[in-house]
Ligand binder design. Structure first.
Ligand code: C5P
Length: 234
């Protein structure tokens, strides 16, 4: 695994593996990583991810594992075996599940960062109530992040607006505060609600930026990556 820690992960939100492949062919693994989620992974499979790693890309395997501890541990191990850079799990899977994931992917220079998802941004207070969670949403997010930090996870996926607070929860040096909802100056907001520019997000405490459409829909995706890189602190 390369020592280079890219600041940008391009979200490969494509239904068509060939479209994903042609976008990847325009990107430089020395400039950005890529995020592979459930849709693309289910279409392409592990060997495609292994090939991305083989091309030198840092891969965020965004499969949000949530299952019994043994199953999640085995899945995290399988992700580590692919050579991906970031793997994530739902903190709501509970303490034993988080601990099992951590044991499966111990902290090591060549192991993936193991990060937590707290509450999906598609959930609001009413949706939480329907699954039996009465406490205020921000309190629930904070409690889940603390649980993940207590079990030694490396960081969290969160909005850049929560990055500073998450930095104080994940007190280790250099936590992985991975933030979607990023929009470079002047680009379309799409369906994102609370956005920040790449520069604002990093200054607010983000360590990695997940950026999809502003790059994948650009006429020149490589130029879009470079423009973002030139806008952020080094
Ligand atoms: O195209 P865009 O930059 O909005 O893509 C953002 C990526 O981050 C998508 O893959 C989306 O699913 C993901 N994401 C998000 N908000 C979250 C968690 C993940 O936008 N809270």
């Amino acid at each position: 695994m390369t020592a280079f820690r890219p600041r940008i992960y391009v979200a490969l939100d494509f239904a068509d593996p060939q479209a994903a492949q042609s976008l990847v062919a325009q990107l430089d693994p020395r400039e950005c990583g890529v995020k592979v989620g459930k849709e693309l992974f289910t279409r392409t499979g592990a060997e495609w991810v292994r090939a991305l790693v083989g091309q030198g890309f840092s891969v965020f395997l965004d499969l949000k594992f949530h299952d019994i501890p043994h199953t999640v541990a085995q899945a995290c191990q399988a992700a580590a075996d692919l050579g991906v850079r970031i793997v994530n799990v739902h903190a709501s899977g509970g303490r034993a599940m988080l601990a099992a994931a951590r044991r499966a992917v111990p902290v090591a220079p060549d192991a993936p960062a193991l990060i937590a998802v707290t509450v999906l941004t598609s959930m609001d207070q009413a949706a939480l109530a329907e699954v039996g969670i009465a406490r205020p949403l921000p309190e629930h997010v904070a409690a889940l992040a603390q649980l993940a930090a207590d079990e030694g996870l490396d960081g969290v996926v969160c909005s850049a607006w929560e990055a500073a607070r998450m930095r104080s929860v994940f007190a280790q040096t250099d936590p992985w505060i991975v933030t979607p909802g990023i929009r470079p100056e002047g680009s379309a907001v799409d369906d994102q609600a609370r956005i920040m520019t790449p520069r604002e997000a990093l200054l607010a405490g983000a360590s990695e930026l997940v950026i999809g459409r502003p790059i994948t829909r650009a006429d020149d995706p490589a130029a879009a990556v470079r423009a973002i890189l030139s806008s952020i602190p080094t």
